[in-house]
Design a protein around this ligand. Structure first.
Ligand SMILES: O=C(O)CCC(=O)C(=O)O
Ligand SMILES: [Fe+2]
Length: 339
């Protein structure tokens, strides 16, 4: 089984040339980070569905929200509040390290785990008001470099989070696959595929910005994998785009997670679940942290619309092939594999 870094070794994401800014030293926004954002850059507040996973109708509610929005919030998910707070605390501890310390664990074209800019950064002339840290399997090697005598707290917290979030993602994926009217065998194959891999944890940091209207935290994008489960740590910033309305703010709810559909699940569902197009704005006075878990699949899997009764909207391809297409073409990837 190959890692994402191995899959992309011939078509690397050119992350090496983009290094996050030292945000602590700034009094104004440098030109490198000023975006020409349209004047219609406002957002509206429309409430995304909030689903209680303990509710008897949760499977249907989840499927309905995924079809209508590609994004929803979940409560009663079983992930303890003190663990959520622990992950935020560890992320803040990491991002508040001096820049030269963080640079020791910089992600690169060779190793996509570690500190650095967003995966989509190489596609834009301007830089985003963001720094991130990606954990693929273990984070011990990096944590030992950052905190040689105290690395366990960080790693244990991240691994505990993954242990608790993965079954939630499994359960959501199960509800979604069942709602597609597909064979039990297809459901089992995709559950096994997601289970085979650990899933990536992505920590995001959006420092307070002297002029938030001229920058973007994360440029509009869709996530690549099956499902994303994200915590906004009580500070707003996440927005989802809807053709009929425009950008919609997703308000952070205490203890809730945001769930969104990624490109691969979108293709498996033959377009029934939209791959949520989202972005992040930043605040003038708050340093926002978010953390996400990206669920499955195994890079050995084969993607194709699973419901055989409908005319397929996407061609068949391996997950590896799709990763390479996405790495090269970013937001055009889905249209390139559409039939
Ligand atoms: O920070 C957020 O709210 C969203 C982060 C995100 O979209 C991502 O990590 O892919
Ligand atoms: Fe995202």
């Amino acid at each position: 089984m190959g890692s994402i870094s191995e899959v992309l070794k011939d078509d690397p994401l050119h992350l090496d040339s983009v290094i996050p800014l030292d945000f602590n030293t700034l009094k104004s926004v440098p030109e490198s980070h000023q975006w020409a954002l349209e004047s219609s850059n406002h957002s509206v507040d429309v409430m995304l569905p909030v689903i209680d996973l303990a509710h008897p109708d949760a499977p249907q509610l989840v499927a309905h929200a995924a079809r209508t929005w590609g994004m929803f919030q979940i409560v009663n998910h079983g992930i303890p509040l003190d663990l959520i707070q622990g992950v935020e605390n560890e992320a803040r501890r990491l991002f508040s390290l001096p820049t030269d310390e963080k640079m020791k664990v910089l992600r690169s074209s060779e190793n996509l785990a570690g500190y650095g800019v967003a995966r989509i950064a190489p596609f834009y002339a301007k830089c985003m008001w963001h720094e991130g840290f990606a954990i693929h399997e273990s984070c011990v090697d990096h944590a030992k470099i950052l905190w040689p005598h105290d690395y366990e707290r960080f790693c244990n917290t991240m691994m505990e989070f993954r242990k608790k979030v993965k079954p939630v993602a499994d359960q959501l994926l199960h509800h979604l696959l069942v709602s597609l009217d597909i064979s039990e065998e297809a459901i089992k194959i995709w559950e096994a595929s997601a289970n085979k891999v650990e899933g990536t944890i992505q920590l995001n940091s959006y420092p307070a910005c002297p002029d938030p209207s001229s920058v973007i935290g994360l440029a509009p994008h869709t996530d690549t994998l099956l499902l994303t489960i994200l915590n906004q740590c009580q500070i707003s910033g996440l927005q989802i785009f809807r053709d009929d309305v425009g950008w919609i703010s997703v308000p952070p709810l205490s203890g809730a997670f945001v769930v969104n559909v990624g490109d691969i699940l979108h293709m498996l569902s033959n377009g029934k679940f939209p791959s949520a197009y989202h972005r992040v704005t930043v605040s003038e006075n708050k340093h926002r942290i978010s953390f996400a878990y990206f669920h499955g699949p195994s890079v050995d899997s084969y993607v194709e619309p699973l419901n055989k009764l409908a005319k397929p909207l996407y061609r068949s391809m391996s997950v590896k092939e799709f990763f390479v297409i996405k790495a090269k073409h970013n937001e055009k990837a889905l249209s390139l594999v559409r039939l």
